[in-house]
Design a protein around this ligand. Structure first.
Ligand code: FAD
Length: 438
């Protein structure tokens, strides 16, 4: 028999919105809690930065968004939509639109998605969830979730059968340990607080990390900076100036820093730098969640069955969008469909023991393959299998293969063209691109 549950969705970003749509489709009763005053989460550009530029001070003024002003997506337009609600301007033969849309376009898309899916009436705006806990930890069967939130300085409490957590994972900076950093006199900033290049005029900057943000920010900031030195674990070229770039240099990792302002790299090079800009990623953070059975250990959120369900609470506690290195929107959509169907009884979860065994198996496999803990939710080469599994589980037809071909093509161009990957791909019709990887 189909069940309808009373569900709290925490967060009104992309994951919260698609979760809300899927829950409504399965006839659940939902409330979406959103602490800001609009939907879109990450995609709402916020020019403010935090009071502590590296994000160490727990009492700092906090800002959710991490976008910088010039940001364009790193996935191509067709990969930024949902399976049945494509991103705007996705005609595969049309080369007139930017393949990598600017951030404003993504926000417009999400706002249209929320309106067209009839979600706006279910969102409580300016409602920050501050506590989520079981009403009776000793009596799991009859317990529910107590959700406490603050809205206009008022505390409110309501009980729900299930909670779906979609609070986003790009707000809490992760920093590396650099020998000597305590006595290094320069300025340190995390990419969470990078917005525009102007404050970096004529400065010598060391960027730590060369993931998508490090990569893009180095080009953006180089418009103002005197020199940009990227320190990374994986060099694309021999250490030194990057071919075709006027003032961007690449090095091995930072080995240590000196009290006179010098930054040393493992390749033996050193530079007197004004600023270290950390593009070293983010930590998962669930400050409102008061339960014993879930931890964040070196960025592993666990235990989570297939990155979504807490084995202890089964269908009644789930997470959307924990995974990374994936086609983000499609992944959140499929995870949401699964949650909605598990709650309604259309899909069933294995027993707690079976889910725990599956989690352990994944951890063991990672250990054997030498993968670090902080990569637990990084899908990458597991993405296709994972998404196909979710589609099959939720009774969808097989995912059209162009999604994966396009993602592969993108990764290949990223590897071959480095900093110029967007420019190279902009000029190529999608059909050529797809043919190249088939
Ligand atoms: P978010 O967008 O972060 O939304 C979370 C929401 O939860 C926010 O609205 C927040 O206000 C709310 N919230 C948090 N805590 C609470 C609380 N306690 N109570 C109530 N509300 C709360 N993805 C791509 O697909 N393509 C890209 O090109 C791309 N580029 C990116 C570039 C940058 C710089 C960053 C940081 C991320 C990028 N991403 C990209 C990933 C991006 O995060 C996802 O696309 C998507 O925004 C994730 O949505 P989400 O809903 O999971 O999280």
């Amino acid at each position: 028999m189909r069940r309808s549950c009373k569900v709290a969705v925490i967060g009104g970003g992309m994951s919260g919105l698609v979760a809300a749509r899927e829950l409504l489709r399965e006839s659940h009763q939902i409330t979406v809690f959103e602490k800001s005053h609009r939907v879109g989460g990450t995609w709402v550009y916020d020019p403010r930065v935090e009071s502590d530029p590296v994000g160490l001070d727990p009492h700092r003024t906090k800002v959710h968004g991490s976008l910088y002003a010039s940001l364009r997506t790193n996935l191509m337009r067709p990969l930024m939509g949902f399976s049945d609600y494509p991103f705007t301007g996705c005609d595969f033969e049309d080369t007139s639109k930017l393949k990598f849309p600017r951030h404003e376009e993504v926000l417009n898309f999400l706002e249209a998605f929320a309106a067209d899916s009839g979600l706006m009436g279910f969102v409580k705006f300016g409602a920050e969830v501050v506590k989520v806990k079981r009403t009776s930890p000793d009596d799991e069967l009859s317990a529910s979730w107590m959700v406490k939130w603050v809205q206009e300085h008022q505390e409110n409490i309501e009980h729900f059968e299930a909670v779906v957590i979609c609070n986003g994972h790009y707000s809490e900076p992760r920093l590396p340990q650099i020998p000597g950093i305590d006595r290094w006199p320069g300025k340190q900033v995390h990419s969470h607080n990078y917005r525009t290049p102007e404050p970096y005029l004529n400065q010598v900057i060391v960027i730590v990390g060369k993931g998508p943000s490090g990569f893009d920010i180095s080009v953006d900031v180089a418009n103002a900076a005197k020199e940009v030195h990227i320190a990374s674990r994986s060099l694309r070229f021999k250490a030194g100036k990057i071919p075709g770039m006027e003032n961007i240099f690449e090095h091995e990792v930072v080995s240590h820093v000196d009290p006179d302002g010098r930054v040393h790299f493992a390749d033996g090079f050193s530079v007197l730098a004004d600023i270290i800009l950390y593009c070293t990623g983010y930590s998962y953070h669930f400050p409102f969640l008061e339960i014993n059975n879930l931890t964040v250990d070196d960025n592993r959120v666990g235990p989570l069955y297939k990155h979504v369900f807490s084995p202890r609470y089964g269908p009644y506690l789930s997470f959307v969008g924990i995974t990374s290195a994936t086609i983000v929107f499609l992944t959140s959509e499929l995870q949401s469909k699964w949650i909605a169907q598990v709650l309604s009884g259309k899909c069933t979860l294995p027993s707690e023991n079976e889910m725990m065994s599956s989690v352990k198996e994944m951890y063991d496999e990672m250990e054997e393959a030498g993968k670090p803990k902080h990569r637990t939710h990084w899908l990458y080469d597991k993405m296709e299998g994972y998404l196909d599994w979710l589609a099959a589980e939720t009774g969808l037809p097989q995912i059209e293969r162009w999604w994966f071909h396009m993602f592969d093509a993108l990764l290949k161009s990223f590897i071959s063209f480095g900093h110029g990957f967007r420019d190279k791909l902009e000029k190529m019709p999608y059909s050529n691109l797809l043919n190249e990887v088939k």
